[in-house]
Design a protein around this ligand. Structure first.
Ligand SMILES: Nc1nc2c(ncn2[C@@H]2O[C@H](COP(=O)(O)OP(=O)(O)OP(=O)(O)O)[C@@H](O)[C@H]2O)c(=O)[nH]1
Ligand SMILES: [Mg+2]
Length: 184
């Protein structure tokens, strides 16, 4: 059997309260959406091995609660991250910048402008009646992140922690980008 490369990568999940960060993390771990809302206090971690024909990625997923009480811990959460996942609630009516600009400022403050792959997830897609507007909205959010943070690899997906739509696909996109950048 030929050897494959093994990588250990830290991912951070951020975004406003109740957008579904914990539900997405749990879904990626194969756990169904649970009824009711339990806010994350501080942070939770899951570890998942993603094995492909070419590599094994040991992913530590830091799921950061939105409660501002823990803001002083933020720079620790951001240490040594290989990728950022910013989640917003796709059913809310705010425009793209107000949805994510708070988090762009937080990243600038705690992580600077380091160029690492960045994933934007518009979650709760199962509740959307019309997904058409997200084609343009996704493009403008990606451009906003690229411009603001000087990041080259930005992905955008609509996800649902309820139906699983794009949960594995989007995480796999992020992991692939991290590993292929590492190999360059
Ligand atoms: N319909 C639907 N509900 C969802 C989805 N994802 C999360 N929810 C619900 O939204 C609520 C909040 O989800 P959480 O995953 O706890 O949100 P969070 O972003 O981790 O919130 P904090 O920990 O407070 O920062 C819960 O009631 C979930 O069941 C989704 O994709 N579809
Ligand atoms: Mg949570």
């Amino acid at each position: 059997m030929s050897e494959i490369d093994v990588y250990s990568i830290k991912l951070i999940l951020i975004g406003n309260a109740s957008v579904g960060k914990t539900s997405i993390r749990r879904k990626f771990m194969g756990i169904s959406l649970k009824q009711g809302y339990t806010p994350t206090i501080g942070f939770d971690i899951s570890i998942k091995n993603v094995i492909t024909d070419n590599y094994e990625a040991i992913c530590s997923i830091y799921d950061i609660g939105a409660d501002a009480y823990f803001n002083r811990m933020k720079s620790k959460y951001y240490q040594n991250i290989a990728g950022i996942i910013l989640v917003f609630d796709a059913t809310s009516e705010l425009n793209e910048e107000s949805r994510i600009s708070y988090w762009i400022d937080e990243i600038k403050e705690n992580h600077g402008n380091r160029d690492i792959p960045f994933l934007i997830l518009g979650n709760k897609s199962d509740l959307l009646e019309n997904k058409d507007k997200f084609t343009d909205l996704g493009k403008s959010m990606k451009t906003f992140v690229k411009d603001q943070l000087k990041i080259s690899d930005v992905g955008f997906y609509l996800t649902s922690a309820k139906t699983s739509e794009n949960v594995n696909t989007s995480f796999n996109w992020l992991i692939e980008r991290i590993i292929s950048n590492h190999k360059k």
